[in-house]
Design a protein around this ligand. Sequence first.
Ligand SMILES: *[C@@H]1O[C@H](CO)[C@@H](O)[C@H](O)[C@H]1NC(C)=O
Ligand SMILES: *[C@@H]1O[C@H](CO)[C@@H](O)[C@H](O)[C@H]1NC(C)=O
Ligand SMILES: *[C@@H]1O[C@H](CO)[C@@H](O)[C@H](O)[C@H]1NC(C)=O
Ligand SMILES: *[C@@H]1O[C@H](CO)[C@@H](O)[C@H](O)[C@H]1NC(C)=O
Ligand SMILES: *[C@@H]1O[C@H](CO)[C@@H](O)[C@H](O)[C@H]1NC(C)=O
Ligand SMILES: *[C@@H]1O[C@H](CO)[C@@H](O)[C@H](O)[C@H]1NC(C)=O
Length: 682
Amino acid sequence: MRGHHDFIIVASFFLLTATAADAAKTNAADFTGGHSKLSGIIIPGFASTQLRAWSILDCPYSPLDFNPLDLVWLDTTKLLSAVNCWLKCMLLDPYNQTDHVECKSRPDSGLSAITELDPGYITGPLSSVWKEWVKWCIEFGIEANAIIAAPYDWRLSPAKLEERDIYFHKLKYPSSHSPVITFETALKLRGGPSLVFAHSLGNNVFRYFLEWLKLEIPPKNYVKWLDEHIHAYFAVGAPLLGSVETIKATFSGATFGLPISEGTARLMFSSFGSALWMMPFSKHCRTENVYFKHFSAWNKKGHQAYHCDDHEFHINYSGWPTNVVNIEIPTTRGEEAYPSFIGAAPVNLSDMDYAFPTHESFTAREVSDGTFFKSISDYDPDSQRLLYQLEELYHNDPVLNPLTPWDRPPLKNIFCIYGIDSKTEVGYYFAPSGKPYPDNWIITDVIYELEGSLYSRSGNLVDGDPGAASGDETVPYNSLSWCKNWLGPKVNITRAPQSEHDGSDIQVHLDVDHHPEMDIIPNMTRSPRVKYMTYYEDSESVPGKRTAVWELDKANHRNIVRSPILMRELWLETWHDTHPDKKSNFVTKASRGPLRDEDCYWDYGKARCAWPEHCEYRYLFGDVHLGQSCRLKNSSADLLQGLHPSGWKMERKALVFGVVKRMRVYKSRGRSSTIIFGRQVR
Ligand SMILES: *[C@@H]1O[C@H](CO)[C@@H](O)[C@H](O)[C@H]1NC(C)=O
Ligand SMILES: *[C@@H]1O[C@H](CO)[C@@H](O)[C@H](O)[C@H]1NC(C)=O
Ligand SMILES: *[C@@H]1O[C@H](CO)[C@@H](O)[C@H](O)[C@H]1NC(C)=O
Ligand SMILES: *[C@@H]1O[C@H](CO)[C@@H](O)[C@H](O)[C@H]1NC(C)=O
Ligand SMILES: *[C@@H]1O[C@H](CO)[C@@H](O)[C@H](O)[C@H]1NC(C)=O
Ligand SMILES: *[C@@H]1O[C@H](CO)[C@@H](O)[C@H](O)[C@H]1NC(C)=O
């Protein structure tokens, strides 16, 4: 099988890069061991791992009970028929993160744990985010044991993940008593390092793993271990400075499209220790270096100071586009206008008048340092829990305070990938609703960023400082693009259309100056209606290391891992990296032709298949429309015959799906495709 993979690499590389190979020398960031030795480790995002029951729970008034190994997250049938019962299996104790006394759930293992999330019932954003990804891997001949999922209980705070499930330990060490395949096993099994694909919260998990590893490995071996085990890290949709939506989920509930009320969603989300992991924070505030403390035998449990530098107090909004949360208290108040909530002490009106003028705004720093939660403690019974979790699970974490900006980890190759220029929530106005907890807040206004400007749902004018672009619908641009700080002082920028292109609409600026802490924005044009992908690349600033940032216009936070454009770029870059004769540091962007039959389509204007040099009209029995009959030419593969003695065609046969396709070609040869074509056009 090994030879097959190698050939596919060569062929595809040649196909797409032959036009513009530049003469730059390759460097130490290479992995020349060959494509077939690599494995891919997938760390999914929030709510993207299946959870199964580990208890027997009778659900009164419902025919459906929970039995061990029953799906809890996500079985929408059970959710709909027995919501209270289902909640028992989902909720954790808000303080000590233990399971409900009657039901406990645990994450599933293996690839199916992240690819099968009730695909039948909910077609919304939650279902099977990674399925398409795995399909690509199979289609391109990647062996099954080379794709590894690292599912986790996304309800837990990072320290609890280790304490309860020894998650980080299992991710590192080979283990005889556990079926989990991880970094060290992958190296043993396949002889090469891993590619890490993390999505959304999975990036926070991976960051914590890298910090945890520092305490696990002698300092002099740390970078060596990373070099041996991790070839490249693909950070997809990483909320590097948090996400403002977390505030909405914490105070008013975000249902993720589930058939539950916002109040129930809030109750559930609030019980998870992971809830604060994605809170927005300021890039100017840090905690003392835990790593250093560890080795100087400092009292690890002691309070760790969260310290902000001067910048924080000289800028507005903590460097975010606007204040992330605003609380409005009506000025004319009767007793009834106040929130009444279960278990709360009677409210002293004059105190509240004092604590709250009519309107108070909070920056990202004031959210992450607890100021905001303290300020609303008279209004919200949940604020005590939030303060407790913030302190115990985040600021005082013995490994890392996750609510601090992440400096570039010392990995060889980093690709930070995210969508931009979608409408993304960057601020909220809340007011007391007069209802009891968990429905005690209503959102009175929402501030959005969109393509470099801010606007509000209400139409009110917005004070703020919008960034050059907007976020990916879930995470704001300033948080996603924090990884641009990982680029060095000179950056090569390329902008190319996302769709297949011949290289005519491509803009390249070499060695653009990049100032630390400043956003780097190319002075390049965009034509309307074209979606671009902008690549920022640096292979110079740190010898032997490469950093790239890919911005995809309009790519959505959750769907980006399903995007064929992203898959195409990942494949090309990976092939390029492992190609022994490569000429440039990164794969060329000069042109993009079709890679799969699916990429060939009918060009109605020209009345033929688009990309005639790569695609041809080839009707196969069962095709319903013209575009389906446009298929990759085998002549473009024939071109490559000379390149490799065993030939492209034979190799394509070896592909899992290739065999099937070829058989169908032979069967349908008797039909005249031109007649079919003529008939369909008329
Ligand atoms: C966690 O908290 C719950 C309720 O507050 C309590 O019943 C339980 O004993 C606690 N568990 C541990 C391990 O502390
Ligand atoms: C902060 O906002 C105030 C009022 O809008 C403005 O006058 C000031 O220039 C801003 N400061 C910075 C550093 O942008
Ligand atoms: C309410 O606050 C006022 C002024 O701070 C104080 O005099 C009064 O005793 C308080 N009442 C209650 C019930 O706490
Ligand atoms: C951007 O490029 C255009 C044309 O290439 C040039 O006229 C303009 O001055 C540039 N702007 C900046 C800020 O560099
Ligand atoms: C930019 O590209 C050129 C040509 O490929 C290369 O020589 C140079 O090292 C690149 N610069 C950076 C910062 O990677
Ligand atoms: C592919 O190319 C070979 C040799 O050029 C040819 O014999 C064969 O018919 C082609 N297959 C199709 C489906 O066009």
